[in-house]
Design a protein around this ligand. Sequence first.
Ligand SMILES: [Zn+2]
Length: 304
Amino acid sequence: MANKTVIDLLEDFSFRHAKIDQENERRMKNDADIMELEEQKRALLAEKLKRAFLAEDTTGLDADIMELERRQEEIARKKGLVVPYACAACRDTGLVGRKYCVCFLREVYQTIYGAADVNTLAERFDRADFSVFDGEKELAMGRTQRALAELAYGICKKYVDAFPNTPRLNLLLRGKAGLGKSYLLRCIATAAREKGVDVCLIRAGELFSAFFKHRMGEEMPLSFLQDAQLLLIDDLGTEPMTQNVTTEYLFDLLNRRLEAGRHTAVATNVDDLQARYGERISSRLESRECAVLLLDGMDLRLRR
Ligand SMILES: [Zn+2]
């Protein structure tokens, strides 16, 4: 993958926008009905210029010009001449006002950080199938594996449904590998995307590799990770530990997000977070702001 910067991405977007505009203009110019209205519009514009020069009132002309433009657009729409932008919100510029559009942020997450493409995830809450979990043997808290999964599912679903006014700011999904934690995170990502939330779903490996690049002085902005409306970190604990990077950067990210009141959900198979990351990080991951969900039982991948 080419090493793109945020500036490169913004350029890509404005190029896409210009290309669609050009194509639309070309199509308009090839349509006789639209061009006939264009002639009338030009005549009115010339008249407007003249009146403005004589300091006369032009409001009536303005209304007529707008009406002609409306009719041009109507014809273009009816004849199917208009090429739509991929994103109606930003018209493929990547910007809405002075803010980055959600579609642009998604491309930053994927291209700059290697985050998941949340537009193509297959996991959805309404497709969850609990029959794959054992419903017989009692495990933690006197519940079966299926009951624990259903409980976690319910809390995760509620979290997205209520977003951004979630009962707790953060979520921590714990349990061994193969118990459905990643599945739940992906369901959250899909549901959040459908709500229009700015969501970044990233595996710990990619996250720490971004940290490492930043540490090595490479061009790697971390602000997008700090500012994402909803950050989902999968597989925390599978990343290699790097001295002076792992704990410092992770603490900084979690702390900034907590202080800014931004939502973060983490899935981890690490039992003892304090032993691996130290007290500062574990206290943030397990703080009162965080709903802790435990998944337990048999690895689904082994059962199948
Ligand atoms: Zn957009």
